[in-house]
Design a protein around this ligand. Sequence first.
Ligand code: DX5
Ligand code: ZN
Length: 218
Amino acid sequence: MILSPSLLSADFGRLTEELHALEQAGVRWAHLDVMDGMFVPNITFGQAVIKSLRARSGLFFDVHLMIEQPERYVADFRDAGADMLVVHAEAVRHVQRVLADIRARGMQAGLAFNPATPLSMLEWVADDVDMVLIMSVNPGFGGQSFLPVTYARVAEARRILDSRGARDVRIQVDGGVCPENAGALVRAGADVLVSGSAFFKFPPYAERLALFERAAQA
Ligand code: DX5
Ligand code: ZN
Protein backbone atom coordinates (compact mmCIF):
# COMPACT_ATOMS: atom_id res chain seq x y z
CA MET A 1 0.00 0.00 0.00
CA ILE A 2 1.18 3.50 -0.87
CA LEU A 3 -0.19 6.36 1.22
CA SER A 4 -0.63 9.62 -0.72
CA PRO A 5 -1.46 12.41 1.75
CA SER A 6 -3.71 15.08 0.22
CA LEU A 7 -2.28 18.58 0.66
CA LEU A 8 -5.85 19.92 0.62
CA SER A 9 -5.84 19.34 4.38
CA ALA A 10 -2.35 20.77 4.94
CA ASP A 11 -1.66 24.36 6.00
CA PHE A 12 -1.66 26.29 2.68
CA GLY A 13 0.54 28.96 4.23
CA ARG A 14 3.27 26.41 4.94
CA LEU A 15 3.14 23.99 2.01
CA THR A 16 6.91 23.70 1.63
CA GLU A 17 7.34 22.87 5.30
CA GLU A 18 4.50 20.36 5.11
CA LEU A 19 6.16 18.61 2.16
CA HIS A 20 9.44 18.45 4.04
CA ALA A 21 7.64 17.02 7.08
CA LEU A 22 6.09 14.33 4.88
CA GLU A 23 9.48 13.37 3.48
CA GLN A 24 10.98 13.26 6.98
CA ALA A 25 8.15 10.97 8.04
CA GLY A 26 8.91 8.48 5.27
CA VAL A 27 6.00 9.36 2.98
CA ARG A 28 6.80 8.87 -0.75
CA TRP A 29 3.80 10.38 -2.57
CA ALA A 30 1.96 13.69 -2.24
CA HIS A 31 -1.58 14.08 -3.62
CA LEU A 32 -2.24 17.53 -5.11
CA ASP A 33 -5.92 18.44 -5.68
CA VAL A 34 -6.46 20.95 -8.48
CA MET A 35 -10.04 22.33 -8.56
CA ASP A 36 -11.47 24.87 -11.00
CA GLY A 37 -14.80 25.92 -9.46
CA MET A 38 -16.60 24.38 -12.48
CA PHE A 39 -16.11 20.62 -12.43
CA VAL A 40 -16.36 20.88 -8.65
CA PRO A 41 -17.70 23.81 -6.59
CA ASN A 42 -14.38 24.57 -4.93
CA ILE A 43 -11.18 26.29 -6.18
CA THR A 44 -7.71 25.36 -4.93
CA PHE A 45 -4.38 25.94 -6.71
CA GLY A 46 -2.92 25.36 -10.16
CA GLN A 47 0.25 24.73 -12.08
CA ALA A 48 2.17 27.78 -10.81
CA VAL A 49 1.90 26.66 -7.19
CA ILE A 50 2.79 23.08 -8.09
CA LYS A 51 5.85 24.27 -10.01
CA SER A 52 7.22 26.15 -7.03
CA LEU A 53 6.57 23.17 -4.74
CA ARG A 54 8.34 20.91 -7.27
CA ALA A 55 11.50 22.95 -6.88
CA ARG A 56 11.42 22.27 -3.15
CA SER A 57 10.36 18.62 -2.86
CA GLY A 58 11.49 15.23 -4.10
CA LEU A 59 8.16 13.52 -3.38
CA PHE A 60 6.25 11.78 -6.18
CA PHE A 61 3.61 14.33 -7.24
CA ASP A 62 0.26 12.64 -7.76
CA VAL A 63 -1.83 15.43 -9.35
CA HIS A 64 -5.61 15.00 -9.26
CA LEU A 65 -7.26 17.33 -11.79
CA MET A 66 -10.84 18.16 -10.84
CA ILE A 67 -11.21 20.54 -13.78
CA GLU A 68 -13.28 20.72 -16.96
CA GLN A 69 -11.49 19.79 -20.21
CA PRO A 70 -8.19 18.88 -18.53
CA GLU A 71 -6.72 18.11 -21.96
CA ARG A 72 -6.08 21.87 -22.25
CA TYR A 73 -3.49 21.74 -19.47
CA VAL A 74 -1.53 18.49 -19.88
CA ALA A 75 1.62 20.28 -21.09
CA ASP A 76 1.38 22.87 -18.31
CA PHE A 77 1.24 20.26 -15.57
CA ARG A 78 4.18 18.39 -17.13
CA ASP A 79 6.16 21.64 -17.06
CA ALA A 80 5.08 22.14 -13.44
CA GLY A 81 6.62 18.79 -12.52
CA ALA A 82 3.70 16.38 -12.11
CA ASP A 83 4.75 12.71 -12.01
CA MET A 84 1.23 11.29 -12.25
CA LEU A 85 -1.60 13.22 -13.89
CA VAL A 86 -5.14 12.05 -13.11
CA VAL A 87 -8.10 13.26 -15.18
CA HIS A 88 -11.79 12.60 -14.55
CA ALA A 89 -13.73 10.37 -16.95
CA GLU A 90 -16.67 12.80 -16.57
CA ALA A 91 -14.61 15.84 -17.63
CA VAL A 92 -13.08 14.56 -20.87
CA ARG A 93 -14.71 13.89 -24.23
CA HIS A 94 -11.83 11.96 -25.82
CA VAL A 95 -10.60 9.88 -22.92
CA GLN A 96 -8.10 7.66 -24.72
CA ARG A 97 -6.51 10.67 -26.43
CA VAL A 98 -5.79 12.56 -23.22
CA LEU A 99 -4.41 9.46 -21.50
CA ALA A 100 -2.06 8.85 -24.45
CA ASP A 101 -1.01 12.50 -24.41
CA ILE A 102 -0.15 12.34 -20.69
CA ARG A 103 2.08 9.31 -21.28
CA ALA A 104 3.65 10.78 -24.42
CA ARG A 105 4.79 13.70 -22.28
CA GLY A 106 6.53 11.37 -19.86
CA MET A 107 4.03 11.28 -17.01
CA GLN A 108 2.03 8.39 -15.62
CA ALA A 109 -1.64 8.55 -16.61
CA GLY A 110 -4.54 8.20 -14.17
CA LEU A 111 -8.28 8.03 -14.79
CA ALA A 112 -10.74 9.01 -12.03
CA PHE A 113 -14.37 7.97 -11.60
CA ASN A 114 -16.96 9.76 -9.46
CA PRO A 115 -19.02 7.50 -7.19
CA ALA A 116 -21.98 7.11 -9.60
CA THR A 117 -20.03 6.78 -12.87
CA PRO A 118 -20.09 3.34 -14.54
CA LEU A 119 -16.65 1.71 -14.65
CA SER A 120 -17.30 -0.15 -17.92
CA MET A 121 -15.17 2.34 -19.90
CA LEU A 122 -12.14 0.75 -18.23
CA GLU A 123 -12.50 -2.29 -20.47
CA TRP A 124 -11.41 -0.11 -23.37
CA VAL A 125 -8.63 1.91 -21.80
CA ALA A 126 -7.01 -0.69 -19.52
CA ASP A 127 -3.81 -0.51 -21.59
CA ASP A 128 -3.76 3.29 -21.52
CA VAL A 129 -3.72 3.85 -17.76
CA ASP A 130 -1.15 3.49 -15.00
CA MET A 131 -3.67 4.11 -12.23
CA VAL A 132 -7.43 4.17 -11.75
CA LEU A 133 -8.83 6.51 -9.09
CA ILE A 134 -12.07 5.38 -7.50
CA MET A 135 -13.62 8.39 -5.74
CA SER A 136 -15.11 7.42 -2.39
CA VAL A 137 -16.85 10.82 -1.98
CA ASN A 138 -18.27 13.28 -4.50
CA PRO A 139 -15.20 15.42 -5.15
CA GLY A 140 -14.73 19.02 -4.12
CA PHE A 141 -13.99 19.11 -0.42
CA GLY A 142 -11.92 17.43 2.24
CA GLY A 143 -13.44 15.88 5.32
CA GLN A 144 -16.50 14.23 3.73
CA SER A 145 -17.88 10.83 4.74
CA PHE A 146 -16.66 7.70 2.97
CA LEU A 147 -19.26 6.01 0.73
CA PRO A 148 -19.40 2.24 1.46
CA VAL A 149 -20.29 1.45 -2.18
CA THR A 150 -16.58 2.07 -2.80
CA TYR A 151 -15.55 -1.46 -1.73
CA ALA A 152 -17.61 -3.05 -4.50
CA ARG A 153 -16.38 -0.48 -7.02
CA VAL A 154 -12.73 -1.15 -6.19
CA ALA A 155 -13.32 -4.89 -6.60
CA GLU A 156 -15.09 -4.26 -9.91
CA ALA A 157 -12.24 -2.08 -11.20
CA ARG A 158 -9.73 -4.78 -10.20
CA ARG A 159 -11.81 -7.44 -11.95
CA ILE A 160 -12.02 -5.44 -15.20
CA LEU A 161 -8.29 -4.60 -15.18
CA ASP A 162 -7.26 -8.19 -14.47
CA SER A 163 -9.58 -9.51 -17.18
CA ARG A 164 -7.72 -7.25 -19.63
CA GLY A 165 -4.30 -8.43 -18.41
CA ALA A 166 -3.65 -5.05 -16.77
CA ARG A 167 -2.54 -6.47 -13.42
CA ASP A 168 0.10 -3.78 -12.84
CA VAL A 169 -2.37 -0.91 -13.06
CA ARG A 170 -2.77 0.60 -9.61
CA ILE A 171 -6.08 1.38 -7.98
CA GLN A 172 -6.28 4.51 -5.84
CA VAL A 173 -9.09 5.46 -3.46
CA ASP A 174 -9.73 9.10 -2.47
CA GLY A 175 -12.20 10.60 0.01
CA GLY A 176 -12.93 9.76 3.63
CA VAL A 177 -10.11 7.24 3.81
CA CYS A 178 -8.92 6.56 7.36
CA PRO A 179 -7.20 3.79 9.34
CA GLU A 180 -10.63 2.25 10.05
CA ASN A 181 -11.39 1.51 6.37
CA ALA A 182 -7.84 1.12 5.01
CA GLY A 183 -7.62 -2.64 5.60
CA ALA A 184 -10.92 -3.41 3.85
CA LEU A 185 -9.97 -1.16 0.93
CA VAL A 186 -6.67 -2.97 0.42
CA ARG A 187 -8.45 -6.34 0.64
CA ALA A 188 -10.88 -5.14 -2.03
CA GLY A 189 -7.93 -4.37 -4.32
CA ALA A 190 -6.74 -0.83 -3.57
CA ASP A 191 -3.00 -0.11 -3.90
CA VAL A 192 -2.82 3.65 -3.22
CA LEU A 193 -4.80 5.36 -0.46
CA VAL A 194 -5.26 9.14 -0.42
CA SER A 195 -5.85 10.73 2.95
CA GLY A 196 -6.39 14.40 3.74
CA SER A 197 -8.14 15.15 7.01
CA ALA A 198 -7.51 11.74 8.61
CA PHE A 199 -3.78 12.25 8.06
CA PHE A 200 -2.95 15.93 8.56
CA LYS A 201 -5.08 16.42 11.68
CA PHE A 202 -3.11 13.74 13.53
CA PRO A 203 0.61 14.52 13.76
CA PRO A 204 3.29 13.29 14.21
CA TYR A 205 3.14 12.20 10.57
CA ALA A 206 5.54 9.25 10.95
CA GLU A 207 3.21 7.70 13.52
CA ARG A 208 0.16 8.36 11.40
CA LEU A 209 1.84 6.75 8.37
CA ALA A 210 2.72 3.71 10.49
CA LEU A 211 -0.87 3.45 11.69
CA PHE A 212 -2.18 3.50 8.10
CA GLU A 213 0.40 0.86 7.11
CA ARG A 214 -0.55 -1.43 9.99
CA ALA A 215 -4.24 -0.99 9.19
CA ALA A 216 -3.62 -1.78 5.52
CA GLN A 217 -1.94 -5.07 6.45
CA ALA A 218 -4.52 -6.16 9.03
C1 DX5 B 1 -11.74 15.54 -2.51
C2 DX5 B 1 -10.28 15.45 -2.87
C3 DX5 B 1 -9.54 14.66 -1.88
C4 DX5 B 1 -9.57 15.22 -0.48
C5 DX5 B 1 -9.67 14.06 0.45
O1 DX5 B 1 -12.49 16.05 -3.54
O2 DX5 B 1 -10.09 14.85 -4.14
O3 DX5 B 1 -8.22 14.36 -2.29
O4 DX5 B 1 -8.45 15.98 -0.14
O5 DX5 B 1 -9.82 14.54 1.75
P1 DX5 B 1 -10.34 13.61 2.93
O6 DX5 B 1 -9.32 12.51 3.08
O7 DX5 B 1 -10.39 14.53 4.09
O8 DX5 B 1 -11.67 13.08 2.52
ZN1 ZN C 1 -8.03 14.08 -4.62
